[in-house]
Design a protein around this ligand. Sequence first.
Ligand code: ZN
Length: 178
Amino acid sequence: MPKMQLKQESRLNGVKTNIFNIEDVAHHLRVPSKAIVKYMCAELGANMEQTSIIKGKHTYDVLLKHLDKFIERYVLCKQCHYPELQRFLEGKGELKSRCNSCGKSNSHDSMHQAGKVLVNFLKTGGTGVQDITEKDKVDASDDEEEEKDSEPKEKKEKKEKKEKKEKKDKKDKKATVE
Ligand SMILES: [Zn+2]
């Protein structure tokens, strides 16, 4: 992967960080560059300007950390860690992928800014899409999203609570051992 080339630009309205070869990096990762920049902006709480500029001064190390995280979340297979994902949409716009290397099905965060970019990219016929049928396209309308979200969220919260409790139990156990 090409190294990110950064340029700090200072204008009247403040400092900005331009990743001027973001297109190269994105091309190598086979994702739209917007997904990467949006990812970084969301994580940094910064605004995006044009296609390659993040407002504020950001160091290479910090941006690289976020790039790595983006790659981990959207580019690499969660099982074999190869960048062999075929991304596609399932149901009403959930970002999924299938690994060409090991065959595992992966789910990705569709609600993150970067996930939304990838979902839109696929919806508008971007590469990496696995046959979207006409039916899927209709189902992908935003109308029902809210209704759909409410149920799993409750479930998720329950799960998180349970996990927290388990963690706590573990911790308690550990404390006792020590
Ligand atoms: Zn895999």
